[in-house]
Design a protein around this ligand. Structure first.
Ligand code: FES
Length: 583
């Protein structure tokens, strides 16, 4: 590759052709402020916070989009640069709702950080502000125009990463706004509730619909038994809210904190993930051996479910009929656990802690009720759990490690890896291979489906007579590509497909702790958080296959009878149907 020689702040540098000034500066440990820039996703040069001076040029240039050229001399910290950045920031702030003390993103706001870093202490430009609307009709996402800074990061993520494109820019100049089409609510367009817009918003213009007060109210109600369950990916990221390095698993402290918050029982969604594998694995074997609809596609991700219902309804028969681990756990608690503990399901409140904002949509779906009772009553995100722990003044870092409560707290390594892309597939193959071969296979690390490649294809010989062809994809754009391949008949020999709406799977879900664009330049959060889960699988948990979970074995013996039994079907499976084609 051709190399470019140039100077930055007087220092000579050689970088590959095509490198931007921003990238080159970071290679030389020089930080340039950014706001609209989101690596590989939103590189549009809109906010002008990254302006730099190029010797001899009249205009300042946006470092995030300006490629270095031979012989140029770049200044990143001249008086002209500092003044221009400060004025640009003051202009952005002049149209921003600056109620920072009550903003959900206070202390984790890229705009606030820039104002501090650039020494902006008052705003000389005051006048009418443009955005006023607050759209809180969606079950998952709240949009507040008064805080939007028009960086368009949400627009790019929604369109290019998720392939959903429900957000766009309308108007010009002062009237510019980021909105769904015709200024509809997010509840009335083809939004899949994934929350990727939230975790890529630099400010508080997008946030999850909070259900914290509903949880506090349930805990305070003496007539209710309040049971909590936590998804696999939560333990891999919750620690970040309390200063732990990314990739630190905090399972034990999380269980301890939940107990101190006042939940009556602390259970693990991983138990439901193990049951999910029993049901889904059996369903797959049935479809392969009895000629059912293939390829079978996983149904754990509620964002993906809404995606297929909205954009590819003709492919719904490919979905596994299994509910998600969240709803499997909830349905078992409202039925088996309630029965064995003499609790009226109407007096039980099941709360789920999820890395996901689409789970808030999932819990209120009629398809996911059993005999008229919602499987899960309230779903809150990892971020909301962190806020509850902080509000309760629990010193999270000082908590001892505690276990989940018995029975529904027991899980395997197969379940914990559900939180990473490829994890459901790997867990299913571990069980399917053992069941079909009638033995305990030792080689169970299916590296071939791990990692963050957008679409992974693999063939695994599960028995001497059966090789299964597998596809794993994550993130809406990759999912759409797989669905187009399916539509074109290119996946006719594929047996099983795992699809997750969020890039990297649940570890990078829309309900996870928010990482700044600057930090995302240096680390791949999908990989770092997934490491915590693979470590629990390999080194912490006693069992690594769902069918070896002693509590799951007991559940089938004393209640469900066998996987895919009529009872299991009644409680743990569902049917999906086409959604009206929204814009
Ligand atoms: Fe470069 Fe916005 S213009 S970060």
């Amino acid at each position: 590759m051709k190399e470019i020689t140039f100077k930055i702040n007087g220092q000579e540098m050689i970088v590959p052709e095509g490198t931007t000034i921003l990238e080159a500066a970071r290679m030389n440990n020089i930080d340039i402020p950014t706001l609209c820039y989101l690596k590989d996703i939103n590189e549009i040069g809109a906010c002008r916070m990254c302006l730099v001076e190029i010797a001899g040029a009249r205009a300042l240039q946006a470092a995030c989009v300006y490629p270095v050229a031979n012989g140029i001399e770049v200044l990143t910290n001249s008086p002209k640069v500092r003044e221009a950045r400060r004025v640009n920031l003051e202009l952005i702030l002049s149209n921003h709702n600056r109620e920072c003390t009550t903003c959900i993103r206070s202390e984790n706001c890229e705009l606030q950080t820039l104002a501090t870093d650039l020494g902006v202490s008052d705003i000389p430009f005051e006048g009418e502000k443009s955005g006023k609307l607050i759209d809180d009709l969606s079950t998952s996402v709240v949009r507040d125009e008064s805080k939007c800074i028009l960086c368009k990061r949400c627009v790019s993520v929604c369109r290019d990463v998720q392939s959903v494109a429900v957000l766009g820019t309308v108007g010009r100049g002062f009237t510019s706004q980021v909105q769904p089409v015709f200024n509809k609510s997010l509840a009335d367009v083809g939004c899949i509730n994934c929350g990727q817009c939230i975790i890529n918003c630099p400010v508080g213009a997008l946030k999850e619909k909070s259900d914290i007060q509903r949880v506090w109210d349930a805990i305070a109600d003496p007539s209710k038994t309040v049971i909590v369950q936590t998804a696999p990916a939560v333990r891999a990221a919750l620690g970040e809210e309390f200063g732990y390095p990314m990739g630190t698993s905090v399972t034990g402290k999380m269980a301890a904190a939940l107990r101190r918050l006042g939940f009556d029982k602390v259970f693990d969604t991983d138990f439901g993930a193990d049951v999910c594998i029993m049901e889904e694995g059996t369903e797959l074997i049935g479809r392969v051996t009895n000629g059912g609809v293939l390829p079978m596609i996983t149904s754990c991700s509620p964002g993906w479910i809404k995606f297929i219902e909205t954009y590819y309804p003709e492919a719904i028969p490919h979905l596994s009929s299994c509910k998600s681990p969240q709803n499997i756990t909830g349905a078992l608690l409202k039925n088996h656990y309630a029965q064995t503990n003499n609790i009226d399901p109407k007096d039980m409140v099941v709360v789920s802690i999820m890395p996901c904002t689409a789970k808030k949509y999932e819990v209120q779906r009629e398809e996911l009720c059993t005999d008229g009772n919602a499987d899960v009553d309230i779903s809150i995100t990892t971020r909301e759990l962190a806020r509850m722990i902080k509000e309760a003044r629990i010193l999270f870092n000082k908590l001892p490690d505690e276990d989940f409560d018995d029975y529904y707290g027991e899980s395997t390594g197969a379940a914990v890896i559900f939180g990473a892309t490829g994890g459901v597939m790997e867990a299913a193959v571990r069980t399917v291979a053992d069941v079909l071969n009638k033995k305990d296979i030792q080689e169970i690390d299916y590296q071939i489906v791990r990692g963050v490649d957008g679409i992974k294809k693999a063939s695994v010989e599960v028995t001497p007579d059966l090789t299964v062809n597998l596809v794993v994809a994550h993130g809406g754009a990759n999912i759409r590509e797989v669905m187009e391949q399916l539509k074109a008949g290119e996946l006719a020999d594929t047996h099983f497909i795992e699809l997750m709406a969020c890039p990297g799977g649940c570890v990078n879900g829309g309900g996870q702790p928010i990482v700044s664009a600057k930090d995302k330049m240096d680390i791949d959060i999908r990989t770092e958080r997934a490491k915590a889960l693979y470590d629990e699988d390999a080194n912490v948990l006693t069992y690594r296959k769902s069918h070896q979970n002693p509590s799951v074995i007991r559940l089938y013996e004393e209640y469900l009878e066998e996987p895919n039994s009529p009872k299991a079907h009644h409680i743990l499976h569902t049917k999906y149907s086409a959604k009206p084609k929204l814009v």
